[in-house]
Design a protein around this ligand. Structure first.
Ligand code: MG
Length: 211
């Protein structure tokens, strides 16, 4: 039994192979590579970047849903990992600076329902308005950490999955980290133990062995 673990995960670039927000902005020409690159500074709040970048992104719900179906790829083992968590009683949740407009079609396409926190995006004249009702006064990076700490207070060990600088606090608070991309490098630099996130099935084996 793995009942004493909980799993918390980022979405963009973690559950998906590429950051969906960035991919959308680049694909439709609403941001350039330099702007995207700068958004990954530890000093930039992802939620502020998202609001700004999408404010002028004139995209419809349908365009986004079609884009998700055609272009967005899930990391291998994701669906099986969700099933594993359900069967093993491991609470799993996603905490993301991404938005419902692309997350909903993604989960529909994969036939999974997961507890999650995403920004709320609404198509308005000339762009998309994004809000993060769950953040209140906290920033996203602290909120991710808070979700990890909440599980620890409940007596569970936490496995965290992420890929970005805004996942660093949560990673530092977790008991086991699977990191991709920039997060992996940041963890290495700061002496935070992290395994490379390639495929979710390795995490399932790890939880099975360590329960
Ligand atoms: Mg990410």
């Amino acid at each position: 039994m793995s009942a004493r673990w909980a799993a918390v995960s980022d979405f963009d670039g973690t559950i998906t192979l590429r950051d969906v927000g960035d991919h959308l902005l680049l694909h439709y020409g609403f941001a350039d590579k330099k702007t995207i690159e700068e958004s990954y500074s530890l000093k930039v709040r992802v939620e502020d970047f998202m609001k700004r970048a999408f404010a002028g992104a004139a995209l419809t719900e349908k365009t986004i849903a079609d884009f998700v179906r055609k272009k967005v790829k899930a990391r291998r083992g994701f669906r099986d990992f969700i099933v594993f968590c359900e069967e093993s009683g491991v609470p799993f949740e996603i905490v993301s600076g991404g938005v419902d407009l692309y997350a909903d079609p993604f989960f529909r396409a994969h036939g999974v329902k997961v507890r999650s926190f995403f920004g709320r995006a609404r198509v308005v004249k000339g762009g998309i308005r994004i809000t993060y009702p769950f953040l209140r006064r906290m920033d996203l990076s602290s909120f991710k950490e808070a979700r990890v700490l909440r599980q620890k207070r409940a007596g569970r060990r936490v496995v965290f999955f992420g890929d970005g600088p805004n996942d660093l606090k949560a990673a530092a608070a977790a008991d086991k980290v699977y990191a991709a991309g920039r997060l992996y490098r940041l963890c290495r630099e700061r002496g935070i133990a992290a395994s490379r996130l390639e495929d979710f099935s390795r995490a399932a084996s790890f939880l099975r062995k360590n329960s």
